[in-house]
Ligand binder design. Structure first.
Ligand code: GDP
Ligand code: MG
Length: 264
């Protein structure tokens, strides 16, 4: 059986350009079951990997059909690895989705696209540093110019074979404490060892309705998680758990710029 790769990124980050490059003419187009969202799949050239092109989204929320299709695919079909493509000219915003993907705790590579534009603007992105810091390959590419895109297949192969997964997200203390408390409530489910508990925990802290339904908590667990979320909210004037978790994610992304390089 072929292995399955999920291709995920924000709208307009170059996902289709990369998908075409990686698969060539070997593509199949259909629809996701029950919805009118287009589903494209294709075999990665010279490999037995099937790439599933997921809808362009900004977050793994339960609000749009595209977001729900993506969450459902990631949790239920359990792809072997994720190719996350991000627009390097819009790094911080694109990393918001990346942070959520990291919590799924799967083999993953990040293709940092539009590097031709980044460099033309006099900028650069230290992919080597990010790879060390987050523990998964960040590959600088230009999908439009087909630059460095051959690295993706090589790195995908590597992360799958070594079950190479990203590091834990380093949230602020309040958020980390709340996540640990939720983790303690849900981990007793212990269905399968490779379930993405960090992802469940941050989604439950946010109050994500999809994950809430998906993992089927009992009433006592729901009550305890609600209590943890309320205490978390009360520590800030906003009183909005979803906004607080979003803020914690952005704070982590900002720290990627300011922490000292591990090579120093
Ligand atoms: P999608 O919405 O994520 O599927 O993105 P597309 O593949 O349709 O690309 C969106 C736009 O970005 C198109 O105009 C592409 O030509 C352009 N694009 C894609 N990759 C690159 C790249 O590496 N560099 C530059 N400068 N433009 C790119
Ligand atoms: Mg597209």
């Amino acid at each position: 059986m072929s292995r399955k790769l999920a291709l995920i990124g924000n709208p307009n980050c170059g996902k289709t350009t990369l998908f075409n490059l990686l698969t060539g003419s070997n593509q199949y187009v259909g629809n996701w079951a029950g919805v009118t969202v287009e589903k494209k799949t294709g075999m990665m050239k010279d490999s037995d990997y099937e790439i599933v092109d997921l809808p362009g989204i900004y977050a793994l929320s339960p609000y749009s059909i595209e977001e729900r299709v993506t969450q459902e695919f990631l949790l239920e079909e359990n792809p072997d690895a994720i190719i996350n493509i991000i627009d390097g000219t819009n790094f911080e915003r694109n990393m918001y989705l990346t942070v959520q993907l990291i919590e799924l705790n799967k083999p993953m590579v990040i293709a940092v696209n539009m590097m031709d534009d980044v460099r033309a603007g006099g900028g650069d992105i230290d992919c080597e540093y990010l790879s060390e810091l987050i523990g998964i390959p960040f590959i600088p590419i230009s999908a439009r110019k087909a630059e460095n895109t051959d690295k993706i297949a090589k790195e995908i192969h590597h992360v799958i074979n070594h079950q190479h997964k990203p590091c834990e997200i380093d949230y602020n203390l309040t958020t980390r404490n709340a996540l640990n408390s939720i983790f303690a409530v849900i981990v007793s489910r212990s269905k399968a060892a490779d379930e993405p508990y960090p992802y469940y925990a941050s989604k439950l802290l946010e109050g994500d309705s999809f994950v809430n339904r998906y993992i089927r908590l009992d009433d006592k667990q729901k009550y305890e998680i609600d209590k943890i979320a309320k205490e978390y909210e009360e520590r800030s004037p906003y009183n909005d758990r979803e906004a607080l978790v979003a803020d914690a994610r952005y704070r982590y992304i900002c720290l990627l710029y300011t922490s000292p390089s591990p090579r120093d």
